[in-house]
Design a protein around this ligand. Structure first.
Ligand code: FE
Length: 177
């Protein structure tokens, strides 16, 4: 009987270890595994398969503010987001579809009140479009997978790129290393 209990305990430990391992390797696991494919930044070499959802579907998945910013190109108030002053090491992912977008290594203090980066984690992950709204000539930054609005990119950033990706905190989730 004692041997059987030890055997069962060993099986439980092995199962627990394998579960933990899976958790560690699924940092970018999708919110909807049936639609969103897990993406590793290092493995990205080609185009990214788009996610196309109705506005009604997005409204069910996002908070009101996330919807306003991600789907309606809104802007959160400066210094109000959770991540503008985040100094932890990790990866910033899309709040709409979990695609890895920026690495903490490229985050810098811009003083704007929005998370700021000098480079995307992978150029395939972000799309850029001209934005001439309100009479400004700006470049909009979008998630390359779900077309969610992230923010804008400006040419007044630090070295080595000289770029400043000014991103809404609410458009991002953070996965600590
Ligand atoms: Fe996205």
């Amino acid at each position: 009987m004692k041997k059987i209990l030890i055997y069962i305990s060993l099986l439980a430990i092995i199962f627990a270890c394998s579960s933990n391992k899976n958790n560690n390797t699924s940092s970018f696991e999708s919110i909807d595994e049936a639609v969103i494919v897990e993406v590793s930044i290092d493995s990205l070499t080609g185009s990214i398969e788009k996610i196309d959802r109705s506005n009604e579907d997005w409204k069910l998945r996002l908070t009101e503010l996330e919807y306003q910013v991600l789907r309606e190109a809104g802007t959160e108030r400066a210094f109000t987001g959770d991540l503008w002053d985040n100094k932890k090491k990790g990866t910033y992912t899309c709040a709409g579809c979990d695609l890895p977008l920026f690495d903490s290594e490229t985050k810098f203090r811009s003083g704007t009140g929005w998370p700021s980066f000098w480079e995307p984690a992978n150029s395939l992950c972000v799309a850029e479009e001209a934005d001439n709204a309100y009479g400004w000539n700006r470049v909009e930054v979008l998630c390359a997978r779900c077309d969610g609005h992230l923010g804008h990119v400006f040419e007044d950033g630090p070295e080595p790129t000289g770029l400043r990706y000014c991103i809404n905190s609410v458009s991002l989730n953070f996965v600590e290393n």
